[in-house]
Design a protein around this ligand. Structure first.
Ligand code: SF4
Length: 326
């Protein structure tokens, strides 16, 4: 089915405000035309536990990104463009297949460049029986208009709060305005209200992710103070400690030290941030996904349903399915 979206005509979907005509094949900072591109979808058990339930979160990783961080662990899809065009009506089918496979949530990863198409696809999927919560998993670099649109089809917001340091934001993702933008976006997302649970699975709410960067603890302290002051009454915090030096681009070149980890954990207690999740800086967990593989993640973490090189990858699940395929 051919789709056309007025928002792509002079694209201002994110704070980059490129003004390009993506319907005519032009690309802006994110590198994406109007063609919806997906890299991988499947059940993923590496997300926060309340998003995963027993079988996993039904994650869909979209191609392109409005930030393109130098240290991105998903650089193959955010910057190197791995992905394949998927018609929006096939994406609707995929959402329903994820639910049928036991996904506790449908988790849209870095969907901002395709916001219009995703609003349409979720709406149709809902009418066709999608019942699990929809998660918006993004950088937090969103316009007020975008967040308003998201409230109409998203149940759980899962934004990053990467930094409140403009210089760090400029150095790592060319967005000195990130702190101002993300503070406004988070305030708007927080209007979703306090967490609503169905047993151990989150039905509605806001989880704010922060990746602790080695050597940048002062920036993390600023983030935690802001979270404690502005968000902790409403949101859950997810503190990510698994930074691994990415290949091949910029970013800190080492992992977090034990002493850095201990310092950050002490700050949580000092700031009385009690609701949320803290990753262990376990070396075994510090892997990087590889989206050239049918299963980009460790086998125990995920079950593939769709891969950009092999959309029928689910048919090949089982021994050997993780091998690279042409
Ligand atoms: S979504 Fe892409 S083209 Fe549109 S404003 Fe953002 S970076 Fe530019």
């Amino acid at each position: 089915m051919e789709q056309w979206y007025p928002e792509y005509e002079c694209c201002r979907l994110c704070p980059r405000q490129c003004g390009v005509n993506r319907n005519a094949g032009q690309t802006g900072f994110c590198g994406e035309t109007a063609a919806l591109r997906l890299a991988w979808a499947g059940l993923h058990r590496g997300e926060e536990p309340p998003l995963c339930g027993e079988r996993g979160s039904g994650t869909a990783f979209f191609t392109g990104c409005t930030l393109r961080c130098g240290f991105c662990q998903n650089w193959q899809i955010s910057r190197a463009g791995m992905g394949r065009e998927i018609p929006p009506d096939e994406l609707v089918d995929l959402f329903l297949r994820l639910q049928q496979a036991g996904a506790a949530t449908v988790n849209l990863v870095t969907g901002t460049p395709f916001l219009s198409a995703l609003a349409w696809a979720v709406g149709v999927a809902r009418r066709r029986g999608l019942q699990v919560p929809v998660v918006w998993n993004s950088s937090g670099y969103e316009t007020e208009e975008a967040v308003t649109m998201l409230h109409s089809f998203v149940d759980i917001f899962l934004p990053d709060l990467k930094t409140l340091d403009s210089d760090l934001a400029r150095r790592h993702f060319q967005a000195a305005d990130y702190p101002a933008v993300v503070m406004k976006a988070l305030a708007n997302m927080a209007s979703v209200g306090p967490p609503v649970w169905s047993g151990t699975v989150l039905r509605r709410g806001l989880i704010v992710r922060h990746l602790v960067l080695p050597g940048e603890l002062a920036a993390t302290r600023r983030v935690l103070e802001f979270f404690a002051r502005e968000l902790k009454a409403t949101a859950l915090l997810s503190l990510m400690m698994q930074y691994a030096p990415p290949c091949p681009e910029s970013g800190p070149v080492r992992r977090l030290t034990e002493s850095e980890y201990a310092t950050v954990v002490d700050w949580l207690a000092e700031l009385e941030i009690e609701e949320g999740f803290v990753q262990e800086p376990d070396a075994a967990a510090a892997w990087l996904p590889d989206f050239t593989r049918d299963n980009p993640f460790p086998e125990e973490y995920s079950d593939p349903l769709w891969h950009w090189r092999r959309p029928d990858v689910a048919a090949g699940n089982g021994p050997g399915a993780g091998a690279d395929s042409p």
